[in-house]
Design a protein around this ligand. Structure first.
Ligand code: SAH
Length: 588
């Protein structure tokens, strides 16, 4: 059999039968832009719906002899073997390609299984002889193709006419080779989109030298992006931040940024942890600056990933100054700062028309300066219509509270500590400012945490929708592509780590960055793929297994807590069980 790609745009195609299979065929045709007619005496609701909104023409009647002749392509999927044979015979007589559901003998074409990434389609077929093998292979390839292939194929399509316009024919293939070698990692099957300046350098080079393109890649200027990672919820990484990460050569990241590294970050990206933690700085700031300058001068595209916003108590300004001094081009990609986002997720609006009309972002740490504080706590203490958000607040809380009270603040003024705001590990402790240090200590609040003092803190009571979602507190790992189950879990309030298999180095960092509560396993292969990470997660992590076979593998691999879906109940039932806390794991 010969695989072909049919251009069905605006071509008349027929689907006989309006059941489940018919609907699928009609949808496939519609996606390809065909003009679809469905003939079915009692069509399914989905067909009616497509007809109602004008997507297809629906004939609510039986197939009429000879009718197939008016179309370019025909699918038949009715309950009646006789009708199916009739349609196939009509199509054959008229020289039209026909596909008969479940009757490979009657088909004059099959539709291959496909792995799709935008315009890129990989077709898999077995002459219709082993659909089960094809399905599994499709799944495998679908998982293995990590990275942004849709954007990659679009970039390739844009690159092609530029090459054809510029280069002599002899150089074109060399440029295409360069594009491919630079953007595709053959081992991990990941793809990336080249940066505009990278493409420009390839093209400029080809245009300038009429000789064959040299094999050494041209030296392009390095570029450092100072990128805000947001407060910890991976969903709060900006679109630009993600693009910069996915196309980087090197990523230099802090502890705070670990949970938001994209798990599908290509394995070829160099990872530099400069893990700043509260209290101690494993890599001194000067060395971080020097590392950024060095990587930049090596011509690399570098992402400096910092928690929150890079210029809000992040020393991003110092890094930028050093890069400028060294002549390394850089940019800043602002991020969502914890001081605004964490209160929001704790149910505390930092401004409110009738309550708070000013917000002060301040460092609490500064109050321990030996040479006298820059912060005038006494001035901050006097405004009942302002919100104070203090960063780095854990070790200095007692001091700050004392300073505010000494400055004249009402001891009953509402205050809160928010630990790990916006994440599955978020905790909030509320108390009047006078009592907050003791309350935070009793609760064992740890960095990273913010202090919020202000008249809107009381809203946390009514507005804590973030923590009231049924699966709040769950942090779940599952293999990419996660599909619909991810949306269902996130809507219910869980944090989801969608990790490509085999696990990338970035995925391993993300998985360990915050405590996991569970792992969704679809197959024994998933259980195996996560096996070497599992010991690091501790015993509280539940293996949620889609079937008995997977559950057996999980147990055999040492998972202590295993829950399996009852036969054919699927993820829906598991998600519901999580919500009910059936496994008894929501006990913190
Ligand atoms: N540039 C960062 C702040 C870095 S300073 C930003 O814009 O958010 C580090 C401090 O930020 C921590 O000590 C803590 O006070 C605060 N912080 C960062 N992430 C936080 C989070 N998820 N929840 C609460 N506080 C956080």
């Amino acid at each position: 059999m010969l695989p072909v790609m049919l251009d069905l745009r605006d071509r008349a195609c027929l689907v006989v039968g309006g059941g489940e299979v018919g609907v699928r065929k009609a949808e496939g045709l519609l996606e390809a832009g065909a003009l679809v007619t469905v003939v079915a005496p009692s069509p399914a609701a989905a067909v009616e719906a497509l007809a109602a909104c004008g997507r297809l023409r629906l004939e609510r009647r039986p197939y009429r002899a000879g009718e197939a002749a008016g179309y370019r392509l025909v699918f038949t999927a009715t309950d009646s073997a006789e009708t199916n044979r009739r349609v196939a015979a009509d199509a054959e007589a008229a020289g039209i390609w026909a596909n008969v559901a479940d009757e490979p003998e009657l088909c004059t074409f099959h539709v291959p299984a496909r792995v799709r990434r935008g315009a890129l389609q990989i077709a898999i077929a077995s002459n219709g002889e082993a659909p089960f093998a094809v399905r599994r292979l499709r799944q495998l390839l679908d998982r293995r193709l990590a990275g942004d292939w849709a954007a990659w194929i679009a970039a390739a399509a844009r690159f092609r006419p530029r090459v054809r316009a510029l280069a002599a024919p002899a150089q074109r293939e060399a440029l295409f080779d360069r594009f491919f070698a630079a953007t595709v990692d053959p081992d991990s099957l990941t793809a990336r989109v080249p940066a505009p300046e990278e493409e420009a350098a390839w093209l400029a080079n080809a245009a300038a030298v009429k000789a064959p393109v040299p094999t050494d890649p041209p030296r392009r200027p390095g570029f450092v992006s100072l990128v805000g990672a947001g407060p910890g919820d991976p969903g709060l990484l900006t679109v630009r931040a993600r693009r910069r990460l996915m196309t980087a050569d090197a990523v230099v990241f802090d502890r705070l940024a670990e949970p938001v590294l994209p798990p599908d970050l290509p394995a070829r990206v160099e990872l530099h942890s400069v893990g700043k933690e509260a209290g101690h700085h494993p890599v001194p700031q000067g060395e971080i600056n020097a590392l950024l300058v060095r990587l930049g001068l090596e011509g690399k595209r570098v992402v400096r990933l910092k928690g929150g916003d890079p210029y809000v108590f992040g020393r991003g300004g110092e890094e930028a100054e050093d890069l400028r001094a060294a002549g390394v081009p850089f940019e800043v990609v602002p991020g969502v700062t914890a001081g605004i986002a964490a209160p929001a997720c704790a149910g505390i609006p930092v401004t409110s028309r009738d309550e708070a009309v000013r917000v002060t972002l301040v460092t609490a740490h500064e109050s321990t300066r030996v040479d006298g504080s820059f912060v005038h706590w006494d001035q901050l203490a006097h405004d009942p219509h302002a919100t104070i958000v203090a960063y780095m607040a854990v070790s200095s809380l007692k001091q700050v509270s004392a300073n505010l009270l000494a400055g004249g603040m009402d001891p009953e003024f509402p205050a809160a500590m928010i630990e790990r705001g916006t994440t599955s590990a978020q905790r909030v402790v509320r108390a009047p400012i006078r009592e907050l240090p003791a309350a935070a200590e009793a609760a064992g609040i740890q960095p990273p945490a913010l202090l919020v003092v202000g008249p809107t803190v009381h809203h946390a009571e009514s507005l804590a929708a973030f923590t009231r979602r049924p699966l709040f507190g769950e942090r779940l790992a599952l293999a990419a592509p996660a599909g619909d189950v991810r949306d269902a879990l996130e809507e219910a309030g869980a944090e989801v780590v969608e990790a490509p298999l085999p696990l990338t180095p970035a995925a391993r960092i993300v998985l360990r960055a915050l405590p996991l509560t569970g792992c969704l396993l679809r197959s024994p292969a998933d259980a195996v793929a996560f096996a070497d990470e599992r010991p690091a997660w501790g015993d509280r992590v539940v293996a949620w297994c889609l079937d008995a076979e997977t559950a057996d593998s999980a147990r055999a691999l040492g998972w202590g807590r295993v829950v399996e879906a009852s036969a054919d109940a699927g993820w829906g039932a598991l998600v519901a069980a999580m919500g009910r806390g059936d496994e008894g794991h929501r006990d913190r």
